[in-house]
Design a protein around this ligand. Structure first.
Ligand SMILES: Cc1cc2nc3c(=O)[nH]c(=O)nc-3n(C[C@H](O)[C@H](O)[C@H](O)COP(=O)(O)OP(=O)(O)OC[C@H]3O[C@@H](n4cnc5c(N)ncnc54)[C@H](O)[C@@H]3O)c2cc1C
Ligand code: FES
Length: 294
């Protein structure tokens, strides 16, 4: 047994050995503590509008960057709103101790979030949930991986694809030319990129499913990671099942607590031929494709 962080009435505590880092629940690990997630305020170090209504923020949070995995998310407190807003970790830069998030304005909360500028603080609980498979979790570094994203769903896949660099192919789907985001970031990471647009204004005309089928038929593939709308995820799961390829999907669900305490984000999962209600925040957001009821 190791040292556990002190608990206070609101379950927030401080790391007993260094007394610096604000923590929430924790188990064994560094200093005898394995931290499951942190709660704190962190500085915004970069803000860019990357397309109409879509923003990229760099956030300096060394201890979160150290522990975060692609596919996990941050839960952000937006001024004036009771419930936090979940946003995926798009990229992790351990060297400069930062993470990147990319989000689109969907309602009042995300619109308000864009009032925050470089130098402001952002209140986050992170890193939350389970990420995509990676060499850390047993998927070989040499694996051939295909990431398939639709719209803002491409954001959580950048960090996941970067792990496998030239062994990864990213299939990115958007409505039209002006909606394309992050394609250059994927390319600059050495990832092979296939862009599709619904109207054919750039890349292949149509949805991501045809290039996925073509890629799976052309070369062996070890894993497909996907994020996007539910119909798109359903189609991808079916294609992977037919091709006999493992697939992991990241689900979006309205969230309350973000840490498994309120059941707002419950979803149906089939595991070992049994139906279960699992929490997207705690048990996901990344699930095995064949387990998810889409
Ligand atoms: C694990 C996870 C990761 C996410 N990652 C990203 C990301 O990287 N980038 C990004 O732009 N968005 C992401 N989202 C969606 C984001 O959380 C919502 O867009 C945001 O919470 C909307 O807040 P709002 O106050 O602007 O909108 P609201 O006013 O609350 O709602 C506006 C509209 O968005 C829908 N909506 C609200 N919350 C969610 C939600 N959690 N999931 C699906 N639909 C929702 C509502 O049904 C409504 O139609 C993620 C969601 C989850 C669960
Ligand atoms: S949001 Fe509360 S259990 Fe998932």
């Amino acid at each position: 047994m190791g040292v556990f962080a002190e608990k206070t009435s609101n379950t927030t505590g401080r790391c007993v050995p260094c007394r610096k880092i604000p923590l929430r629940y924790r188990k064994l690990g560094r200093h005898g503590i394995e931290i499951m997630y942190r709660c704190g305020t962190y500085h915004i170090i970069e803000k860019t509008a990357i397309s109409a209504g879509v923003y990229s923020y760099g956030i300096h949070c060394p201890e979160i960057a150290e522990e975060a995995k692609p596919g996990q998310f941050v839960h952000i407190k937006v001024e004036g709103f009771t419930l936090r807003r979940p946003i995926s970790i798009c990229d992790i830069n351990r060297k400069n101790g930062s993470i990147r998030i990319v989000f689109e304005i969907r309602g009042h909360g995300t619109a308000k979030l864009t009032d925050s500028n470089v130098g402001d603080s952002i209140d986050m609980i992170a890193p939350l949930g389970n990420g995509f498979s990676s060499p850390q979790s047993g998927l070989a570094q040499s694996s051939r991986v295909i990431t398939v994203g639709g719209g803002i769903g491409v954001a959580p896949l950048l960090g996941a694809a970067k792990v496998f660099r030239e062994n990864a192919t990213a299939i990115l789907g958007f409505r039209s030319y002006d909606k394309i985001i992050l394609a250059n970031d994927f390319k600059q990471s050495g990832v092979n990129v296939i862009t599709c647009t619904d109207d054919g204004s750039v890349g292949l005309r149509g949805t991501v499913t045809a290039p996925l089928e073509a890629e799976l038929a052309a070369k062996p593939c070890d894993m497909v990671f996907a994020c996007g709308s539910l119909p798109m995820l359903g189609a991808i799961v079916k294609i992977c099942e037919t091709a006999g390829v493992n697939c992991e999907v990241s689900l979006e669900q309205r969230m309350g607590c973000g840490v498994g305490g309120c059941a707002v984000c419950a979803c149906g999962i089939t595991r070992n031929d049994k139906s279960h209600m699992l929490m997207v925040c705690r048990d996901g957001p990344v699930f095995k494709g064949e387990e998810v009821v889409l």
